[in-house]
Design a protein around this ligand. Sequence first.
Ligand SMILES: Nc1ncnc2c1ncn2[C@@H]1O[C@H](COP(=O)(O)OP(=O)(O)OP(=O)(O)O)[C@@H](O)[C@H]1O
Length: 346
Amino acid sequence: MIEAQGLTKRYGRTVAVNDLSFSVQPGKVTGFLGPNGAGKSTTMRMILGLDNPSAGTVRIDGRRYSELKQPLRQVGALLEAKWVHPNRSARSHLRWMAASNRIPAKRVDEVLEIVGLTGVAGKRAGGFSLGMAQRLGIATALLGDPGVLLFDEPVNGLDPEGILWIRRFMHRLADEGRTVFVSSHLLSEMALTAQELIVIGRGRLIAQTSTRAFIDMASESTVRVRGPEMERLHGELTGQGLAVRDVPAGDDGPAALLVSNSSTEQVGELVGRVGLVLHELAAQRGSLEQAFIQLTGGDVEYHAGALGGPANGSPPAGAPAAPAQPAGPLPRENEAVDATRGGDAR
Ligand SMILES: Nc1ncnc2c1ncn2[C@@H]1O[C@H](COP(=O)(O)OP(=O)(O)OP(=O)(O)O)[C@@H](O)[C@H]1O
């Protein structure tokens, strides 16, 4: 378990991390989400004792990093994949790491096997692809068989196969009961990977919540409805005071109606009372992107699932540090929604 209390880091006038409090529980993948420059790496460095907080504390299983007797056995981290000496083989790199941390050499072959690098263990790490280098970094993090694992932007630059591997691997680590804390600025990726989210902007906590609850925040309680008598359907719904929008036929399917601020129960019962046939009645869910924009007051730019730069990554003054109800209607789901729909990430 990781617990931060009032964690703050200043670099001169820059407040990289600002009074951050959160906890990361074992048995789940917890996503650490925020735009570039939000303070994710700085927070991770403070967790690992690589940077000292200007104020506040962060503890791993109740202890500061500096108080851990055998740190590698308690916490493993992947911060930068390409830090291995290029002329060293994967195995000799791991042996060197194991020896300098009093970890038995036989663990090296175990971790190589776990990350699927046994076949290339004797090859120069300098010739590894980014995906292989990430695996080697993960093998290093696992050397001490720690209960807490930190990954800083582990999928950056990886191809889809590498991304999938990392995602599954994290789930496996969490299923083994470990605390898995993974930072990313990629919303869609986090929606698939993390069960729990800690969202920050400009060093401040925006929300700590389950991914499902975070996505639910973006839901407008909209119902999509379709039937053979669309005009009559439209009339019956608006006749009951409901706000109805037409959705033309397109990639989403045949033409339909979107009923705002309603539920499938309400629409279904209303339609049943007037004896109309329906071909579709479905609640529309929001996406993680929508939830993020909602929470940050819309001042965070994002493109195709990735957040924009630090200049506009700030939460609004007084942004809630807990789930809040959306203030108003949200845009229709877009393509990103399919990727983000699975709040249960598996
Ligand atoms: N050593 C440093 N000296 C001065 N400023 C720093 C230092 N490290 C980080 N910062 C600043 O602190 C802020 C947070 O940076 P940090 O790298 O922690 O963010 P991040 O969320 O990890 O972003 P990214 O995804 O781009 O790595 C940024 O404004 C950054 O410029």
